[in-house]
Design a protein around this ligand. Sequence first.
Ligand code: NAD
Length: 346
Amino acid sequence: MNEFRTRLAETRPDEASASGAGGLDFASDGQGGDLPEAALVTGGAGFIGSHLAGRLAIDGDVRVLDDLSTGDRDAVPEAATLIQGDVTDYQSVVRAAEGVDVIFHLAAVVSVEESVSDPVETNLTNVDGTVNVLEAAREVGARVVFASSAAVYGPPETLPVTVDEPQTPRSPYGASKAAADAYVRAYEASYDVPTVALRYFNVYGRGQRGPYSGVIDAFLSRALDGEPLVVHGDGEQTRDFVHVSDVVRANLAAATTDDTGTAYNVGTGRSVTVNELASIVAAAADVDAEVRHDSPRPGDIRHSRAETGQAADRLGFRAQVDLEAGLADLVDARRGSAELSADSRG
Ligand code: NAD
């Protein structure tokens, strides 16, 4: 283990995220090779990107390129340099990438609803923006680690979903991620740019916010406010929820692996039904939450669970945080910030 990695592994959980997101231990293990000395994180003011930038900034040079469209300036770790810019502007991307070893590309239109209402803008950001990042990487000689999504698969034919599952995305968001994921792999084949596409399943953790932040955030907010949890459809749909600290670990592994030019699933390999999730959230929040069923969401995928063997064997990545522990941490964070804002109101 080199000096840089040793210091990262020794970092205490409360120091581990320079973004202030705090929470569960981000220390990585089981990943060989050196971490990048200089990295660019696009979308580093967002939920996942700010955790990743916080982890990398502990002992490396980190730049964040973000247009702050959904991201938050305050989420960017102090030790990182924020460059406010748009990934659809090639010159901004290449300037930000000058001298970096790895570009972690997370900037995207992430809302399925938004992609349905504006597929053209979604394509511009998610596909053209990714090609800009790949071109910049080619110019400066950097590796690209891309935030792909389980949405590329659409409704899977078999479970668990392997990376070779046929791709039938159902939304412009899923289609844009599938196209970008294909470009990422094609750039290695065509130009020898080392690339890895990480297909995240349902990510949760501290710092996730906003109207499209997902079912865990929605359930927890309502449980803590004493409101009923709203389940769309019968609640028997299943999801594989992966903690953001595990997603950070997968990114670090992808930054160093020799097994590039391919895609990996980033999930836990365990799925729960949305009904079970409602019970687990209520138990974590220590409340008796009423569950109400609403109409199913059109196009909602019935079942989702990652096949994780390939990421374990080739990337050395295995999710470490179980759902109960991840939720307990989220409850702590919510209660802590509620106390803080009550204190600040005097
Ligand atoms: P997020 O919205 O919190 O972060 C996205 C960031 O990208 C924001 O800070 C936003 O300001 C920035 N951005 C958007 N358009 C930009 C542009 N044109 N130029 C520069 N910056 C831009 O979302 P997140 O949940 O952190 O997602 C990060 C990545 O992970 C995305 O690529 C998303 O598709 C992928 N992903 C997320 C999940 C999940 O469950 N959250 C699942 C699968 C894949």
